[in-house]
Design a protein around this ligand. Sequence first.
Ligand SMILES: [Zn+2]
Length: 351
Amino acid sequence: MRAFYHPDQARHAPQQYMRFGRLVPVKDLPVRTERLLGTLARHGIAPEPPAALGTAPALAVHTPAFLRFLETAWERWTRLPDHGPEVWPNTFPYWSGRPEDPARPDCPAGGLVGQAGWYLGDLSVPLGPDSWGSILRSSETAASAADAVLAGARAVYALCRPSGHHARADRASGFCYLNNTAIAAQRLRGRFGRIAVVDVDAHHGDGTQQIFYGRADVLTVSIHADPDDYYPFYTGRPEETGHGAGLGFNLNLPLPHGAGGDAMLAALDTAAARVAGFGAEVLVVALGYDAHRDDPIGVLGLGTEDFGAVGRRLGAMGLPTLVVQEGGYAVDAIGGCLDAFLSGFDEGARR
Ligand SMILES: [Zn+2]
């Protein structure tokens, strides 16, 4: 497997995060990438730096106004009197909650504080001085990995950080700013007619769902913990199956809290049958490790070895595959999860 990563992606160092009414230390620590890089080294995989593609790949799925906000927010923030350490909204505009809504109109407010509420969907996506650089590099890593698949690579891993699958066309949320998985999937349309996205992060891939919700060329499948009492709360239910031309091309497979490897693998079998029925030509895997039982914000019960079985099932689909790194916050477990996944994937793909 080839891999892509840029060291700038470790520079984004968020300071604060709101959970259960308290400011707590963030979970997306730069050390996460060190652990994952260590695993790649043990597999003899040297990550390649992404090409300097700029914002073009992200603009294929995000609105220009949203990107302009992300790029300029920190500099504008520093001009506010008595500003805090990071860009954080103090207002949240009403959103319909309907997954079929594509991007909203551009934020009607010209000022930064109003725009922060419009474009930052919750209190887990602060922007600091180095955030934009990491966000952009992370998207370039996904796009470069897609380019490698377009050029004929069978399996490529994009070590993205920050993560992306909660980012909508025009909104950051859930530690995610630009939707790397969606950026990669969209780029693969350059050669492939039918793209399948399978998201095994413990959280519903709501941003990816929204971006492709009205489209029949990208099948989005998400396996995640029941969102009734778990982030992202408002989407991720089985009855969300797509909209308009995309009706029937979104599949949500929520798992009960506490579910372990068996439930995940049963859902993956359902996902694999759907991907095969769709006639997918290429697979994008949104890979998180927060289904691990040690995850500090997790509610599922997978063990490290279960990620090997997940990799085997995905490798056995027999498709060119782009694996995009999403969440996973048990710093001492994630290196082992990637290790098991890579070994399992190779095994499944060889069969
Ligand atoms: Zn997650």
